[in-house]
Structures are given as structure tokens and as C-alpha cells.
Design a protein around this ligand. Structure first.
Ligand SMILES: [Zn+2]
Length: 374
């Protein structure tokens, strides 16, 4: 479950809004209605929607810059704290990442300059309640954009400034090392922000958590990629597992779950061909809702891609991450299922790999796809 609602597609990129953003709108409406009645509530919501439009434009700055380098953006998600554009891969050249990272703030800068010019106000971060005045609202929007610009340029992951920092470090250091430094700066910044949040404003605590988790996720993704490099699918697949037939009932699935302690089950048809996978979480989540005649075919994830055992492990990792899939199938030359790669099997390889080669860190910048918040 992603907790975000698709709004539509622009240039092949799906724009999604996170449910917490809708809660924010509701909250703004309630607060404003309490102070100034219905008109104030309407103005409050309108203002948040205008900020939302500015953030979408910022994200499309990243999207269009990425497209110039052949990097697509499957979706943009809007959160109360800003937008997240998911790039299909991180560009290989530091210069390309630098351009993509700065394209969003460039859009925000243009919006701020235009709004300050049109309203004839001096650039400031201090906002005043504009009441019913349209010019006042535009001036306030200009200030919010100025704040967004400065916040995004903080050189810490996962802000745009952190990406720009990684790109700049990437000219001298390897990609992995550059990411580790930028992620450490991000986490240090998150602690500072969290401390300020404790003594000043609790909202900062929330932003600190977002920054901390964003930085940790980035470091983790890059670590995974580094481990996957030079390995093949066969190094990281589970080969002993039970399968479930398409028409197995919920009881059969639950019994298999308990008997094997397996977290994921391939679901096969009568000829042994893979039709989907059933994860423990899907089973537990839907078992309560399902009636007596629900079968595993109703609960499984379909469209599981297959790789061969001798393919690079990076291929399987890319499929897992891009599709947010629970598993990738491994099939032999005769198209028979021989293994499964999951984030857990890769995680286990990572643990043992870390022991063997913790000193070999700092490998070169490697191509590969991953999630990217920008
Ligand atoms: Zn951005």
C-alpha cells in the first residue's frame, strides 16, 4: 500500500498526492475556519493548493532536466513537506546529476523572482496574513517559494542540495563514497534540526525525521548496488522453497506459512510454470477480509519478471526496486522456476559481503537504476 492517490499523467509522469497532504488541507481549513469562518477556510486551502502547484513545477524542473539525459520519471509524489520525483535511475555522470538536482531549485527561483516582481514587494522570508487581498497572497506565495529554494539548497540528503553535493564530490571520489559523505552530512543535519525542533518548533522534528530517513535510504540503496556489482543472480537466490498451486485455499497457504517459515511463496499452474507470488504480508493482510472461497490466485502478485541465474545481480535488483515487487523469479533455459530473489536474499548476501570486503569500499561510479528522491 503506497498511501498515495494518482491525480493524472503529465509528459508520461504520474502525479500522485499522499493522503497526509489531504489531511494537511483539512487541517488548514479547520484552523482557518475557526479564526475567520468559511471565507478564511477557502483562502487557506487555496493558498496551500497554490504552494502545491509551485512544488509540482519544481518537480517538473527535475523531470525535464532528467529527460534530457534519457532518465525517465515514472512518478512524482506530493507530501506535506514537498515533492519526491522517482527517477528510473541515477545518471552516470556527476555533471548530469548536478544539472538534474539544480533544475528544481532553478524553477523555484524563477517563480519567486516573478512573484516578487509582479507584486512589487521586497524579497523576504517573513510572511504576513494577506487577508482577502490577491496581491498579498501572491507576495506570501513568493516568500514561501524563497523559503523552499533555501531549504532545498541545504547541502544534505535528501534535499536537492545534498544531491548537488554528491555530484560535486563525485568528480573527485567514487560514487559510493560521495554518497556516504553526503548521507552523513544529511543525518548530521537531521540531528541538528531535531534538536532545534525540541527547543523551538515541533514541526522541525517531523522534518528532521524525514531528512534522517531519506539520507539513510539513499545510503542503503547505493550500498546494495555496490554489493550487487560483480555478482550474479545465482549468488543471491533462494533455491529451497515450497510452491502453492493456483487453486490452493487460504487454509493451505496459512499451513504452508507456518510449516516452512517461508516469507514468500511462488504460485504455479498445473505445468509448474510461475503465475505469481504470494507474500506473507499479502496473506496476513487479506486473509481476514477474504471469504471461505478465496484462493491464492486472488491474493498473489502477478506479472513477476524472470531472470536467468547467470545474469548480473544488478539486473534483478533493478527489477525489484523499479517495480516495488516482492520478488523476482529465476528460471533456467527450459523456463522452469529454479529460484527467487527477494530484498531479503540480497540483504543476506550484503551482510556476509560486508564482512568480507568492508575495506574495499569506494568503488567507481557504476551505472544502475535506483529510486531517487529529488
Ligand atoms: Zn527538488
Amino acid at each position: 500500500m503506497t498511501w498515495s492517490i494518482p491525480l493524472g499523467r503529465v509528459y508520461g509522469t504520474e502525479v500522485r498526492v499522499h493522503v497526509t497532504f489531504l489531511l494537511l488541507l483539512l487541517w488548514i481549513a479547520v484552523i482557518n475556519a475557526g479564526q475567520g469562518g468559511l471565507p478564511a477556510a477557502g483562502r487557506g486551502v487555496l493558498f496551500v493548493l497554490l504552494v502545491f502547484v509551485c512544488i509540482v513545477l519544481h518537480e517538473f524542473g527535475h523531470v525535464l532536466a532528467a529527460r534530457r539525459f534519457g532518465v525517465t520519471t515514472p512518478d512524482i509524489t506530493l507530501l506535506p513537506i514537498g515533492g519526491v520525483a522517482r527517477l528510473s535511475r541515477i545518471p552516470e555522470q556527476p555533471g548530469q546529476e548536478l544539472v538534474i538536482a539544480l533544475a528544481g531549485p532553478a524553477v523555484t527561483l524563477v517563480i519567486a523572482v516573478v512573484l516578487f516582481a509582479v507584486t512589487g514587494t521586497r524579497p523576504t522570508l517573513v510572511t504576513v496574513d494577506p487577508g482577502g487581498s490577491l496581491v498579498g497572497m501572491m507576495a506570501r506565495l513568493a516568500s514561501v517559494n524563497l523559503f523552499l529554494l533555501l531549504f532545498n539548497l541545504i547541502p544534505a540528503f535528501p534535499m536537492d542540495g545534498g544531491r548537488a553535493l554528491r555530484a560535486l564530490l563525485g568528480y573527485r571520489l567514487g560514487f559510493v563514497q560521495a554518497t556516504q559523505i553526503a548521507a552523513s552530512v544529511g543525518q548530521g543535519f537531521a540531528f541538528l534540526l531535531g534538536f532545534l525542533g525540541l527547543i523551538a518548533n515541533p514541526i522541525l522534528l517531523f522534518i528532521a525525521l524525514f531528512v534522517y530517513l531519506g539520507a539513510a535510504a539513499e545510503a542503503h540503496t547505493v550500498q546494495l548496488r555496490q554489493v550487487a556489482q560483480g555478482m550474479i543472480v545465482g549468488d543471491s537466490m533462494m533455491t529451497r522453497f515450497e510452491t502453492l498451486p493456483l487453486d490452493a485455499g487460504l487454509d493451505d497457504a496459512v499451513r504452508a506459512l507456518i510449516r516452512t517459515a517461508q516469507r514468500i511463496f511462488p504460485v504455479v499452474d498445473g505445468t509448474g510454470r510461475l503465475q505469481g507470488v504470494l507474500s506473507q504480508s499479502a496473506l496476513v493482510q487479506r486473509a481476514q477480509a477474504g471469504g471461505p472461497d478465496v484462493v491464492v490466485a486472488d491474493l498473489m502478485t502477478r506479472g513477476i519478471p524472470a531472470v536467468h541465474p547467470y545474469q548480473p545481480l544488478g539486473d534483478a535488483l533493478r527489477l525489484l526496486q523499479d517495480g516495488s515487487l516482492p520478488a523476482v523469479a529465476v528460471t533456467d533455459a527450459a523456463d522452469r522456476l529454479v529460484g527467487l530473489v527477494t530484498s531479503e536474499t540480497i540483504g543476506e548476501v550484503m551482510l556476509t559481503h560486508g564482512v568480507r570486503s568492508s575495506r574495499a569500499a569506494g568503488a567507481g561510479r557504476q551505472p544502475g537504476r535506483t529510486r531517487d528522491a529529488a
